[in-house]
Design a protein around this ligand. Structure first.
Ligand SMILES: [Zn+2]
Length: 243
C-alpha cells in the first residue's frame, strides 16, 4: 500500500518523527515502565489527528491507534523499551550518559515513531486512492524482557488483525526476515513427595529433580529441534546478526 503519496507525507513529517525518536532515545526506560515513550507516541498520534487508546489491553504503557475501516486489518507493531547497561551518548564510540544506566542498544527508540510515520503516510495514500481496509498501530512494551505482546494478547489485542508487520533497525534493508518478536511465558509448578531419606529414599519424589531434568531437556530441545518458523539468523554474508 505504501506509495508515492505515503513517502511524500512521511518526508513532510520527518521533523516530528525524528523529534519523537530522539525523546525516546534520551529517556531510555525499562520494559513496562516506558511511560515517557508511551506518552511521546500518544501525543504525536493525537497531534496528527488520531484517536489514541492508552493503557491498552490492560497494559499500562501499551497504546493503540487506527485509520480506515473494514478488511483487511493490518497491524503495525512498534516497540520502545531499553536495555540495562547500554546507556550511550549519540557518538560513534562507547560513552555512556550514565555508567551502567539504561540505553537503546538496538534502536527501539526508532521503531514506534517509524511505524507512526507509516500510519500517517498510509492515511493519505488510502484516502487519496480510496483504498479499503484498516491500519492499526500498536505500541508494544517490554519486548526485551518479559514479552509485552503476550500480555497485550492476553488482554485481547491483535485478534482483529489479518496480518501484523514489524521492523527492527539493522545494518541493511531486508524484508522476509523472521524474528521471534513476541512470546508468552508459562509457569510450571513442581511438587515433590517426602520419604525417609535413610530407609526409603526411593519412595520420595524430588521436585528439584523434576526442575533439573526439565531444564536439561529444554536445553536439548532448543539445540536440536527447530521451531515451526525456524529461520536463519545469519546475514546474507553469513555473519551473525545482533538481535
Ligand atoms: Zn531489539
Amino acid at each position: 500500500m505504501l506509495g508515492d503519496i505515503s513517502f511524500k507525507r512521511i518526508e513532510e513529517e520527518r521533523e516530528d518523527l525524528i523529534k519523537a525518536a530522539r525523546k525516546i532515545w534520551e529517556n531510555p526506560e525499562p520494559g513496562n515502565l516506558e511511560f515517557i515513550a508511551s506518552d511521546t507516541c500518544a501525543e504525536l498520534l493525537e497531534k496528527k489527528g488520531f484517536k489514541v487508546e492508552r493503557d491498552y489491553a490492560g497494559v499500562p504503557t501499551a497504546i493503540r491507534a487506527e485509520y480506515g475501516c473494514g478488511k483487511p486489518v493490518i497491524g503495525l507493531l512498534g516497540e520502545f523499551d531499553a536495555l540495562p547497561g547500554l546507556s550511550q551518548k549519540d557518538v560513534c564510540h562507547k560513552e555512556p550518559v550514565e555508567e551502567g544506566g539504561w540505553g537503546h542498544g538496538c534502536g527501539h527508540c526508532l521503531m514506534s515513531p517509524a511505524n507512526i510515520g507509516a500510519l500517517i503516510g498510509l492515511r493519505d495514500e488510502m484516502e487519496e486512492k480510496k483504498i479499503k481496509g484498516t491500519v492499526v498501530f500498536y505500541a508494544c512494551p517490554a519486548e526485551e524482557t518479559i514479552g509485552g505482546k503476550g500480555a497485550m494478547a492476553h488482554g485481547g489485542a491483535f485478534k482483529e488483525l489479518d496480518v501484523a508487520l514489524c521492523w527492527h533497525p539493522g545494518r541493511y534493508n531486508r524484508s522476509s526476515y523472521s524474528f521471534l518478536t513476541g512470546a508468552n511465558s508459562q509457569i510450571f509448578r513442581f511438587y515433590g513427595k517426602t520419604a525417609h531419606a535413610a530407609c526409603d529414599p526411593h519412595l520420595g519424589r524430588s521436585a528439584l529433580d523434576g526442575v533439573e531434568l526439565m531444564n536439561v531437556a529444554a536445553n536439548y530441545l532448543r539445540e536440536h529441534v527447530p521451531t515451526a518458523s525456524e529461520s536463519t539468523t545469519a546475514s546474507p554474508t553469513g555473519e551473525a546478526l545482533p538481535m
